[in-house]
Design a protein around this ligand. Sequence first.
Ligand code: A2P
Ligand code: 11C
Length: 339
Amino acid sequence: MKLAIVGATGAVGQETLRLIEERYPQHDNLKLLASKRSAGRKMDVNGKTFAVEETTDDSFSDVDIAFISARTEDSRRFGPVAAQAGALVIDDSSAFRMDPAVPLVVPEVNGEDLDWHNGIVSIPNCSTTPLVMVVHPLRQASPIRRIVADTYQSVSGAGGAAMNELRDQTRTVMHGGPAEPDAQPQQIAFNVIPQIDSFTESGYTREEQKMIDESRKILHAPEIAVSATCVRVPVFVSHCIATHLEFEEAVSPGEARELLSEMPGVKVLDDPGSSVYPMPVDAAGSNDVFVGRIRKDASHSNGLAMWVVTDNLVKGAALNALQIAENAVFRGAVHGKSK
Ligand code: A2P
Ligand code: 11C
């Protein structure tokens, strides 16, 4: 099958190419797409050199699966064009996620939703995916009534420019220079910013609203009450979530550890006495969602508190997209056209 990667030069696109090399080392039927600025740039994948092409309306006629991870406006423009051309579009933006005609999928949680796609499948926001990966198995113990999820999100969630800004700004501020924020709304070096994306009238940011709306859609559970506070921290890769769950019946930390350790894609790292718990430096580059600090929530008899960490570019984005493609192929939900 011919795979197109729109945004191949970006932070998620590069992770997608790394994972393609890791998962399909023989596969070189690829099309690397980005903006006009990158046209002609050479990139090596699986031992073959590809010239990056500008993304246009004509880019998708020979493509079976198109992974889009560029700007939201690029998804809006090229997603429907690629689907119309017959490609299965796996889109990493917020453009289509809440469209009732578009499945929003984490394969381990709701892979069956791939059966009703109309050409476009969305992947969740990189902080929603790890949340539903831990919430889903715990629902087996007792229905969940309420989720409070407070995030500590790395700058790579905002793309390559934000990563460069953290590096350069840290050096500048260390030497007494001015921060001059650009890719972030405030100084990020030696700071934390309680704003990701813009504010809505409710006082929540769009990033927080995404966690609320997307997790309910993926879990098929509009009845779960969800609140989130999303915070940017000066870390390059991996997002963390302080997660508080309220169940209908009490669930013990031991039971939760057991259910979580049986969930594919989740690893329990929970031995606080030996200072074992997940951290961004350890999660970066890994495929798994890590969970630790699992304990009874002191504020509610049916509550559990835990700490969740995942590489936002891997399971938070590129890996989830590739797993959707694999799952869709397995289910016969890709109507490929190339031989
Ligand atoms: P380019 O490198 O040519 O600008 P990041 O998330 O790291 O900021 O990366 C954003 C990605 O989106 C890059 O690969 C970027 O390509 C791509 N992109 C930006 N504008 C467009 C566009 N108009 N069409 C296709 N891809 C685009
Ligand atoms: C961040 N989670 O960390 C965001 C990036 O809706 O796909 C992903 C935005 C999105 O900035």
